[in-house]
Design a protein around this ligand. Structure first.
Ligand SMILES: NC(=O)c1ccc[n+]([C@@H]2O[C@H](COP(=O)([O-])OP(=O)(O)OC[C@H]3O[C@@H](n4cnc5c(N)ncnc54)[C@H](OP(=O)(O)O)[C@@H]3O)[C@@H](O)[C@H]2O)c1
Length: 318
């Protein structure tokens, strides 16, 4: 089969590798679409290796057709599925533990379905499991127009939370408004901490962190759960620990990729139970910025590098 490999000079090459062999608890998927994630850029730069047991090429989520499955499995050859991966999605085929796989919600394309697993599992893990978000709470979501942000805004609204979010341009602001965000902050024009002070946050999913984090924590509601999931804005910040401990703030670090297969399976099962109908009815939207053939993976990465995308960028395989 062919996969996108990272060459020594960090360019991306469509090369031939041996076909995957499935283990007892795995199924084989013929990949039709593989969605991009920011983590792919980190992996390409050599900073985010895949967990043990996964291929060394990129790709955290795919959609496609089952081509091999154990006899006692939920899955049969020909089923249309999407899957959460530890890596290896930029490929013609991928072997996946059966409980990392979900059916494609009725009526969705392969491209749309590939955009579900990573963003919605990350949103559910952080907003619901780590953050305990409840109806009536205020949720703060950084980078609201990112692939992850568009998922998180919609989950938070489905739960009944008020959503405060950041974006870097007017067209991104218009998009997150359409998705139901209540307060939209353009971080290039406005002072984020000043706006947050008017909307005390109960749960934050923060992929920016950096030097401004300390000033944001000064504005939050008592007992706030502030979950850092990346450090796009930088890795250090001064925090006033006095006001932090007195108000009972919980500062949490979280990655989906490092969770156990069992926990990921539980998250995926929750998603299927709670939201599959909402995907089929388009009550929750999959926002695809662009779909490109997998041989154009370089161009696809460049879209993310330029922070251009509104929603997800997806690679397709004919
Ligand atoms: N820990 C986890 O388990 C986990 C899982 C999934 C994703 N993530 C993280 O979540 C983030 C979003 O992922 P994604 O795949 O959805 O990314 P994406 O679609 O590439 O979007 C990232 C967006 O972040 C904003 N941004 C970039 N640099 C920034 C900076 N210095 N300060 C403020 N905003 C900045 C830009 O939007 P604007 O133009 O609007 O500023 C950019 O378009 C990434 O950092 C990713 O690593 C973490």
């Amino acid at each position: 089969m062919h996969v996108i490999k990272i060459a020594e000079d960090r360019s991306l090459r469509w090369v031939e590798v041996p076909d995957p062999v499935i283990k007892d608890d795995e199924i084989l998927i013929d990949v039709r679409a593989a969605a991009l994630n920011r983590a792919d850029l980190l992996q390409r730069a050599g900073h985010y290796p895949p967990p043990p047991g996964w291929p060394d090429w990129m790709g955290l989520e795919v959609a496609g057709t089952v081509s091999k499955a154990p006899a006692d499995s939920r899955w049969q050859v020909g089923d249309k599925v999407c899957a959460l991966l530890g890596g290896g999605g930029y490929a013609e085929q991928v072997a996946v533990p059966a409980d990392m796989v979900l059916p494609i919600p009725e009526g969705l394309s392969f491209v749309e379905a590939a955009a579900i697993p990573e963003a919605f599992a990350t949103s559910h893990l952080n907003l619901c499991i780590e953050g305990g978000l409840q109806s009536g709470d205020t949720a703060f979501i950084q980078a609201g127009a990112s692939g992850l942000g568009v998922a998180a805004i919609q989950l938070a609204k489905a739960i009944g939370a008020k959503v405060v979010t950041t974006v870097g341009s007017d067209d991104k602001a218009a998009l997150v408004n359409r998705l139901g965000a209540d307060v939209v902050i353009n971080h290039r024009k406005e002072n984020v901490a000043e706006v947050l002070a008017r909307h005390p946050v109960n749960v934050a999913m923060d992929c920016v962190a950096g030097p401004d984090l300390g000033s944001y924590l000064e504005t939050v509601a008592a007992g706030c759960r502030w979950i850092v999931i990346a450090t796009l804005g930088g890795s250090t910040s001064d925090i006033n620990m006095n006001s932090f401990f007195r108000r009972g703030i919980k500062l949490i670090g979280s990655t989906l990729r490092s969770r156990t297969t069992q926990m990921k399976a539980e998250i995926l099962a929750d998603l299927e139970k709670q939201y599959w109908q909402a995907f089929s009815s388009r009550q929750i939207q999959l926002l695809i910025h662009k779909a490109l053939p997998i041989t154009q993976a370089e161009q696809a990465h460049a879209i993310l590098e330029r922070n251009e995308n509104l929603g997800k960028v997806v690679l397709t395989i004919e």
